[in-house]
Ligand binder design. Sequence first.
Ligand SMILES: [Ca+2]
Ligand SMILES: [Ca+2]
Length: 339
Amino acid sequence: MRIRDLLVTGLLYLTTCSSPGFCFSPSPHQPISLSPPFEYLWYEAENMRGISQTARHEALLNPSYLELPAARAPGWGINGPGVSAEWSQGGESEWNSVAASADETRGTIWQDIEVPRAGEYKVWVRYADWGNKTENFNVRIEQQNRQVFRHEFGGKDVIDPHDETNMYWGWVFAWDGAPATLIKGPARISIEIEKAAQAVRQVDCVLVTNDLTYTPDGRRKPDFAAMRYLREWSRARTPLLPLIETPARIDAPPAWQRPKLAGRDFLMPWNIPKEFWALYGKPPAERPLYPFSAEPMDEFVKAYSGKREVPIFDSKLVVPVIYINDLPELLKDGSAFRR
Ligand SMILES: [Ca+2]
Ligand SMILES: [Ca+2]
């Protein structure tokens, strides 16, 4: 039997009746083909932790075409977005990558992940391979405080030295990979610099997959589960039932209703300036009837004096809050607030 024939026909017609008059039926689920046993864990290097920061805690920029020394751009910085060289190769995955200067000797960025199932994996990295130059960096994976994978990338060229893009720009985005045996559970992927190299280290993204026959190509993404599901549906076009009943019911069962506080619905505390209480001495037609906070205040008073319909402030859910520093004035004998 082919995997596609194994359909999870999860038609779910559970009916929940928590009390008479509150019965509802969850929407029936559409058939979904079982996932192949492949995982594609794709991470962007530029989203990892540990990227150098400026004094304002912004990520430090280290565009590779500027060839900055490590003294000016220490550790791992943000490369981009890359310009002509990157764009003429289809661009960086998710618009950016990281870079560490050629003379940098220290730097670590990392990503904490969850390995969904144990087994044999391949760890792929997309990075700038400079022709006839080294761009050494290490990728390490730790699980349960133990190193389970370590591989040096960039020690030798992956690309053909006669690659046209390499001959034009001096480098090409390349994928290189190494096998890893991982256990199910948390893991930390680190990309590390341990020594200087002949060229800038520019890393775009990392792919950890147990699909050992898969070879990444450019920044094209593998068959992520969500995209696979949408693609299958776009072919089958199985009619979907709406997720809500038509016409929609607005009576929620008791379990879905907000718990009451002291027998009342929620309230919206609203800071009310003391000027509102000062207006209490005037006849109702000449002052706003509800506590309010609005600027400019005199325009609000002009527009809403004596009015019963007032935006926001005629709501029974709005409760006035007063500024504690105003209390001595508000609580004075004979004050409008105390009337
Ligand atoms: Ca190289
Ligand atoms: Ca990227």
